[in-house]
Ligand binder design. Structure first.
Ligand SMILES: Cc1cc2nc3c(=O)[nH]c(=O)nc-3n(C[C@H](O)[C@H](O)[C@H](O)COP(=O)(O)OP(=O)(O)OC[C@H]3O[C@@H](n4cnc5c(N)ncnc54)[C@H](O)[C@@H]3O)c2cc1C
Length: 535
């Protein structure tokens, strides 16, 4: 979608752009779920959650400004309601609340740790893990990994591509963490795997050591902290996509281009793909065959065949940005040369599932003195209650007796196996498990954890939506960023120039799935076509 924005900004008034998207609604992984519970309209992200304020006058600020993102809208989040003492809630589906200045979060230990019924340790980090069933050594290592003791990272790079960053990229993140924190592999797999799987689908055993720094250094933002920086549309980054679509096609969403109208108003599907528009968005259209008409470096056009409503259609394009992800691009670009095809073959992906569970109240959490929970067995690993920006919801307040959506993030990591195998096994599991099985697992997990504090699955769960992504995250293995043994990185062949009239985008090429990387990769791809092809 951002490739469409950059093209429409840069290509001049005579060039048109057709965006094909195979889904019935735009957004990719930045889509939203909606529930109506006891009269309240609630939103939750299908995947992509939050974003950070950019530096003034930065590339990122320019993109947000162009799509009409109004920062003032994030000055007002829901206020606490009710007689119970307030838990100050986070603004994101990650992060925890605080009560009386202390973290309102807890660890649960059940049958796996010999506790039936299970036990809760609230504010576990504040208690230095006292009372948890972990051994003394594991606790010490966990505290170190959690940043409770300052460490001096042994390798700090100056700029991406220097000798130190290459050294980092030559080892696994797990080995680097062992070296940095003097923690055992087992403890890292217990603790960090859950954290890194939120951004990569896998634990650090299969990922490049360069990722220790990837997000913080490559795309600087003013404030990355959960407490003061991070912002979230009520249903995640689908808010940005709606703004983008509204900007590209003004009649696509009813009403003005304000945050509230764009978030709340229905999509006008008939406006997306009208003859004569400079930018047209064709949904439910899967590109199945993309190839140059003739030799890639001599051809005048690219032929794009796509399916829509069970029929095949073909369009001729002067240039194409393939922005759908390498697992698809390598199969759909039929005349792709051997080098680029081999490059994409080195990309590994992991599956992921986001289960949004709408509950009529969250008093069962509140009764424990918490608004977020973490556990080490069974379905999922973590869940929290968040407050929403008020422009996007109908209730300006939140409290333990009001409905909310709990978002469970579920990874399929199989630590110790090669990244590709982990992805394949996980995908098979994700796609072969029925909704009924997952529903049972969710109800069981919540009953095990919360029945003693008042949860009743039948009464309290109002709805469940499972969002299954077969290729949710790129898993950059050692060598992904800078190559190994003097060889270039595989992604260089795809990023350093277009292939004939086709350029490659998607956040997978950045090695870290993030909407900022999606923008950067699209900017590069569009610029390559404008500078080198459409001259
Ligand atoms: C669980 C989860 C949580 C995340 N949380 C965050 C977060 O908090 N903040 C953040 O910045 N990022 C987050 N991300 C990542 C981030 O949202 C993505 O990296 C980014 O949105 C990806 O954008 P993209 O355009 O590169 O790809 P995608 O979103 O994958 O978009 C690709 C599009 O191409 C379409 N497509 C694919 N193949 C075809 C075809 N053959 N024909 C036509 N169309 C096709 C798809 O339907 C899709 O619309 C998260 C991701 C996940 C999975």
């Amino acid at each position: 979608m951002s490739a469409g924005l950059f093209f429409s900004q840069q290509a001049g008034p005579t060039r048109n752009c057709l965006i094909l998207d195979n889904a019935r609604i735009f957004g990719g992984v930045a889509k939203r779920n909606e529930f109506v519970v006891d009269g309240h309209r609630l939103f939750a992200p299908q995947a992509s959650v939050h974003f950070q304020p950019p530096y003034p006058n930065s590339f990122l600020e320019g993109v947000y400004d162009a799509m009409g993102l109004d920062w003032n809208a994030f000055k007002s989040y829901q206020k606490w309601q009710g007689p119970s003492p307030e838990i100050s809630l986070p603004r994101s589906a990650y992060g925890h609340g605080t009560i009386d200045g202390k973290p309102a979060t807890g660890f649960f230990f059940g049958a796996k740790y010999g506790h039936k019924p299970g036990i809760w340790i609230t504010d576990p980090w504040g208690k230095k893990l006292e009372g948890t069933p972990f051994s003394e050594t594991t606790r010490r290592e966990m505290l170190a990994l959690h940043g409770e003791q300052a460490v001096r990272a042994p390798l700090v790079y100056d700029y991406p591509g220097d000798a130190v960053s290459r050294q980092l990229d030559s080892m696994t993140l797990e080995d680097y963490l062992i070296r940095t924190y003097r923690a055992s592999r087992e403890t890292i797999r217990l603790l960090v795997a859950g954290e890194s799987s939120g951004g990569f689908g896998l634990g650090p055993d299969a990922l490049s050591g360069f990722l220790y720094y990837e997000w913080s250094k490559v795309i600087p933002t003013v404030d990355d902290s959960m407490a003061t920086g991070i912002q979230m549309f009520p249903g995640g980054n689908s808010g940005m996509i709606r703004l983008l679509v509204k900007t590209l096609i003004p009649e696509s969403l009813e009403g003005p281009r304000t945050m509230e109208a764009v978030w709340k108003n229905p999509v006008n599907f008939s406006a997306l793909d009208r003859t004569g528009q400079r930018v047209r968005l064709r949904l439910d259209s899967t590109a199945v065959r993309v190839e140059h008409l003739g030799e890639p470096d001599k051809s005048e056009f690219v032929s794009v065949t796509y399916t829509n409503g069970g029929r095949l259609f073909r369009v001729k394009a002067k240039t194409v940005v393939m922005a759908g992800g390498g697992w698809m691009t390598k199969n759909v670009v039929r005349d792709l040369d051997g080098t680029r095809h081999k490059s994409y073959e080195q990309f590994n992906y992991s599956p992921y599932m986001t289960a949004n569970v709408a509950v009529r109240n969250w008093r069962f959490l509140y009764n424990l003195g918490i608004s977020s929970a973490e556990w080490f067995e069974g379905f999922g690993r973590y869940v929290n209650v968040r407050k929403s920006a008020t422009f996007g919801v109908d209730s300006p307040t939140i409290g333990p007796d009001l409905p909310t959506v709990l978002t469970f993030f579920v990874d399929f990591a199989k630590p110790g196996l090669p990244a590709r195998t982990q992805g394949q096994l996980g995908r098979a599991e994700l796609l072969s498990t029925s909704f009924a099985d997952y529903e049972r697992q969710i109800r069981q997990q919540m009953t095990d954890m919360f029945a003693a504090s008042g949860f009743d699955a039948k009464r309290d769960i109002a709805g469940i939506v499972l969002n299954r992504f077969g290729h949710a995250f790129i898993n950059p293995q050692p060598g992904f960023f800078f190559g190994l043994d003097g060889q270039p990185a595989a992604r260089d062949a795809l990023r350093n120039g277009p292939f004939g009239r086709i350029a490659f985008s998607h956040s997978d090429l950045a090695g870290a799935m993030d909407h900022r990387n999606a923008f950067l990769e699209s900017k590069r791809a569009v610029s390559q076509l404008l500078d080198q092809v459409l001259t």
